[in-house]
Design a protein around this ligand. Sequence first.
Ligand SMILES: Nc1nc2c(c(=O)[nH]1)N[C@H]1C(S)=C(S)[C@@H](COP(=O)(O)O)O[C@H]1N2
Ligand SMILES: [Mo]
Length: 167
Amino acid sequence: MILYRVSLAFLLCSVTYFSNAQESASKPTLNVSGEVTKPLALTVEDLIKMKSVNVNMKDKAGKEHRYRGVDLEEILMMAGVTMDKQLRGENLSKYLIVKCTDGYKILFSLAELDSSFTNHSITLAYESDGKPITDGTGPFRLVVPGEKKAARSARQVVSMIVKSAKE
Ligand SMILES: Nc1nc2c(c(=O)[nH]1)N[C@H]1C(S)=C(S)[C@@H](COP(=O)(O)O)O[C@H]1N2
Ligand SMILES: [Mo]
């Protein structure tokens, strides 16, 4: 009887453990690392809890889409990147490299992302036309306004790394 109870408890524990592991494994995260004081691993749920912004952007075919997301500057502030008053002197040679699932990579200097330098705020979007971004372009994408090409509006973003140009 005791043996039966122990094995039942074990079975229940393993079921709970594996279903939890499965749940966290199935949630894609966006990692923010490098020269940050607080590295982040953000899920769509984390972003939904933050202050949201809405922006429109045309796709390659000229069709306009409405994106919802979070201001990239806010995410960098949350990670403790040297923004705002700290963005001066040597810190002006820092940059953010954005990496995507398909191997696509783009970068911004930190000053391009700081509202004390520019009015073009970049959005880290998690929703397009009211739906989560799926179909191989999500779940995270950047929407970069004010540029003639959409080439830096990176899709399928998986990580963002802050680095310092040494030379
Ligand atoms: N991950 C990833 N993002 C990407 C690209 C890419 O090849 N891979 N192409 C870029 C280019 S060149 C353009 S023009 C836009 C196209 O965005 P759209 O899919 O909304 O039309 O995505 C940009 N983001
Ligand atoms: Mo493009």
